[in-house]
Write a protein that binds this ligand. Structure first.
Ligand code: PLP
Length: 404
């Protein structure tokens, strides 16, 4: 038995300011999609440099609205990765469309842009690119491909609040956006959390208006507009919408979290540097890499285990030492809900007959899921915590790599 307190994989960084913000909203009498949401949107737009930001209930909701917004409909295809949280692929299926999965670049675990062009076919309606674990994907290459094929590029930036890329000579935050729309998550494992929540950023005012209508049942006028109107304003329902509202309680918390975000990102980067120094000598362990022109927010710290080290065995040894870990990012195509005909792998659209995993074309995605490990990473981690994590990992790798 380990006498030390267990080290969790993540822990939100919240305090009295967030509690006070929530209290303020409860006392105000306006608890959903009101003035706090409007203020949060304005502040998030200013943070990312986006002309428009629209708050919703989750990143999944944001992805759904983004794909509908760029015109994805039943029978279409969307090129994306399987190696992502399942919400990425699910959002495509919500539109009645089919995800066409391409493999990842093993160095970054982001979409391999060199495979995208071959995945584009007659039915392709959009490219959905993920900034996995906060590391920006190759937006320059992807936006060039999208432009060549007149396709919209949607960014799944669920994990990437505060991440940066070098874009035409200057550093910019993810979400400006660099595609047509970027979608963020405020789930507790993200650097900015509202409990649950999401945001769409875009430079297209028409799309922003559409997102606002669809997030609230397709209603023609927002509650805020009706509240502020000095003449009677009766709404109509102009499209089949959803209830994807963010509450004012969440938005007020989000505004406080946004103030903390630059410090949160700086802290994650410092923790990542410490991990890199502590793990530099572990034989065969591959540490995360930031390609030139990208700065991750280190939403997670992922390592690739040495060849021959069993992932589950290492995780168990670390858990026995009081350290929580997670496997590499999942692959949607390996899940039962994706068994059958609901996805395709590029470029031959399932020609390898790999419905139930073991996909030759997504071999690097599967290897990353099976061979990587996410280590604990959170704002209030101490030097001792990081030492314990790295000691446990080093010991587990040594034991698992040793010949039986
Ligand atoms: C890449 C990616 N996309 C989408 C989502 C879904 O976000 P949410 O839980 O806010 O719906 C997540 C959540 O972790 C994610 O990591």
């Amino acid at each position: 038995m380990n006498a030390m307190p267990p080290i969790p994989i993540a822990r939100p960084w919240m305090g009295e300011a967030e509690a006070e913000a929530a209290r303020r909203v409860l006392a105000s009498g306006w608890t959903t999609q009101g003035p706090e949401v409007a203020a949060f949107e304005e502040e998030f737009a200013a943070f990312t440099g986006a002309p428009y930001a629209c708050a919703v209930s989750s990143c999944t909701a944001a992805l759904h609205l983004a794909l509908l917004g760029v015109g994805v409909r039943a029978g279409d295809e969307v090129v994306t990765v399987s190696h992502s949280f399942i919400a990425t692929a699910n959002a495509i299926r919500y539109c009645g469309a089919t995800p066409v999965f391409v493999d990842i670049d093993p160095a970054t675990c982001n979409i391999d842009a060199s495979l995208v062009e071959a995945a584009i076919g007659r039915k392709t309606r959009a490219i959905l690119a993920v900034h996995q674990l906060g590391l920006p994907c190759d937006l320059a290459a992807l936006s060039a491909i999208a432009a060549r094929h007149a396709l919209p590029l949607v960014e799944d930036a669920a994990c990437a609040a505060g991440s940066e890329i070098e874009w035409r000579g200057s550093w910019q935050r993810i979400g400006r956006p660099h595609g047509v729309v970027a979608c963020f998550s405020f789930h507790p494992r993200k650097l900015l959390s509202t409990g649950d929540g999401g945001m769409l950023t875009t430079a297209d005012g028409g799309l922003d208006r559409q997102f606002r209508r669809l997030r609230q049942h397709g209603m023609s006028a927002s509650d805020l507009a009706r509240h502020r109107s000095t003449t009677v304003l009766v709404e109509s329902y102009t499209a089949l919408g959803f209830n994807y509202r963010l509450t004012d309680i969440q938005a007020a918390i989000g505004r406080e979290q946004l103030k903390r975000l630059p410090e949160a990102v700086a802290r994650r980067r410092a923790l990542a540097r410490t991990y890199a120094a502590l793990l530099a000598e572990v034989p065969g362990l591959v540490l995360p890499d930031e390609p030139p022109g990208t700065k991750s927010n280190f939403q997670s710290y992922r390592v690739r285990l040495p060849e021959g080290c069993g992932q589950r065995a290492v995780m168990q040894r670390m858990l026995d030492a009081g350290v929580s870990t997670k496997t590499g990012v999942m692959c949607a195509h390996r899940e039962p809900v994706y068994a059958g005909e609901r996805w395709a792998c590029a470029p031959d659209r399932n020609a390898c007959g790999c419905g139930a995993g073991g996909c030759r074309r997504l071999a690097r995605s599967e290897a990353a899921q099976d061979g990587c490990l996410l280590l604990p990473l959170f704002h209030e981690m101490t030097e001792d915590d990081q030492q314990r994590v790295t000691d446990a990992l080093r010991a587990a790798c040594a034991l698992e790599a040793a010949p039986a």
